[in-house]
Design a protein around this ligand. Structure first.
Ligand SMILES: NC(=O)c1ccc[n+]([C@@H]2O[C@H](COP(=O)([O-])OP(=O)(O)OC[C@H]3O[C@@H](n4cnc5c(N)ncnc54)[C@H](OP(=O)(O)O)[C@@H]3O)[C@@H](O)[C@H]2O)c1
Length: 370
């Protein structure tokens, strides 16, 4: 059994108290050049640019990580394309998910050591406890530089050490979609065996949500626009599937098939809210994950009062939740679904793959290290 405390990078305090990276008269070790993908001007997938830069030297509280793999989320695609604005997008290097090996420590860092296999919570300042919007000020791949580089400079306090049973590739897919699904299922809805979970679509959040829920002894319903994707989700253990294109009233269909779901991973948002509510059993939790736009017709919210539903929005999760997720995945032997793997040099093709929307699960980028 993996000890959660061993996974959590509890540093931060020592790091923050440390002095400057170099004493007067000292010179930084020469690490040479390495490559990184930079968000273009104007931002667009076509304008992503591969650059050679001086490999950064970690300052106080920072860690230099040799990246093995990274992956793309819906929001990363939005950031690269200049259409995701929460937190004002100051990062020049994209991607909120990745994994690699610790190469060097900045002054004061005590929670990890050189050679450790690590990933990083994409809100590194949210260690535990209650959510605060201030975490967007340090948001990997959004307001802080992300993983799409040969070497990533990351805040030590957000790092989690990977259990031996979790590969770099698996860990690289989790910081956003995995932690979000974990937060929804276990922190908000407190999922129990025998309950029924509805998860929308077949992308990153939905697929890991299905895998976690099945491992917890829950029944799972998945919706998709494509029967071939639904067939793959049944192979992964989905108990019920519905094509939302073929059945626009899919909420009623889910209610008939299941008798009502206990938890909804609402991965689309307001456009699908009414159907999700139709699908619910009394007392169900609807966890708002997707930020889809308000539909032309205002949601009617069927059953919100009569079924006493609970609706809660979440923004990703904390470092502690990420550590819990990794421990859970190691114990249950869950391996995330990776649709396609691209070489680091082919990052633009990886973003195009996400844009096409043909994937089930995740699109991975292999950086060559590890
Ligand atoms: N709140 C948070 O912290 C948080 C964290 C991560 C992601 N998100 C959000 O969650 C959503 C999913 O992210 P992701 O990374 O998993 O995206 P993704 O891998 O690109 O998957 C998107 C999925 O959306 C599905 N979809 C689109 N319209 C749908 C509809 N009307 N009904 C059901 N499914 C529909 C598609 O399903 P099919 O192709 O199968 O039809 C597709 O698989 C995005 O909106 C993202 O911004 C939020």
């Amino acid at each position: 059994m993996v000890n959660r405390r061993e996974l959590i990078a509890a540093a931060g305090l020592a790091a923050a108290a440390a002095g400057p990276a170099l004493a007067a008269g000292q010179t930084a070790p020469v690490r040479g050049k390495s490559r990184a993908w930079r968000i273009g001007t104007p931002p667009s997938i076509a304008n992503l640019t591969l650059v050679s830069r001086d490999t950064p030297e970690p300052g106080p509280g920072q860690v230099l990580v040799k990246v093995v793999a990274s992956s793309i989320n819906a929001r990363d695609r939005g950031i690269v394309a200049g259409i995701f604005a929460i937190g004002a997008n100051k990062a020049s290097i994209p991607l909120s998910e990745g994994a690699g090996e610790v190469e060097a420590l900045g002054p004061g860092v005590t929670n990890v050591k050189v050679g450790d296999r690590v990933a990083c919570c994409h809100f590194p300042t949210w260690f535990d406890g209650r959510w605060s919007p201030t975490v967007y000020e340090s948001d990997i791949g959004n307001t802080l530089d992300g993983w799409l580089a040969e070497y990533a400079l990351l805040p030590a306090q957000g790092l989690v050490v990977l259990p031996a049973a979790v590969s770099f590739e698996s860990a690289a897919t989790l910081a956003s979609s995995g932690v979000t699904a974990w937060h929804a299922l276990y922190e908000v809805a407190r999922l129990r065996p025998g309950q029924t979970v509805l998860t929308l679509g077949t992308g990153g959040v939905s697929t890991i949500g299905l895998q976690l829920a099945r491992a917890s002894g829950a029944r799972v319903v998945v919706t998709s626009s494509r029967d071939d994707k639904l067939a793959r989700l049944r192979e992964l253990g989905a108990d019920f599937t519905v094509n939302y294109r073929a059945e626009p009233e899919w909420g009623k269909r889910v209610l008939e098939m299941t008798g009502g779901v206990d938890v909804v991973l609402e991965n689309v948002g307001r456009p699908t809210l009414d159907q999700s509510m139709e699908a619910c059993a009394p007392g169900a939790f609807i966890v708002m994950i997707g930020t889809g736009p308000l539909p032309q017709q205002l949601p009617k919210m069927p059953g919100f009062y009569t079924k006493n539903l609970t609706m809660k929005a979440i923004s990703n999760g904390s470092v502690r939740m990420f550590a819990d997720l990794l421990a859970g995945m190691a114990a249950a032997g869950i391996e995330p679904v990776i649709e396609k793997t691209f070489a680091f040099d082919d990052a633009i093709a990886a973003f195009r793959e996400m844009e096409a929307g043909d994937h089930v699960g995740k699109v991975l980028i292999r950086h060559g290290a590890g």
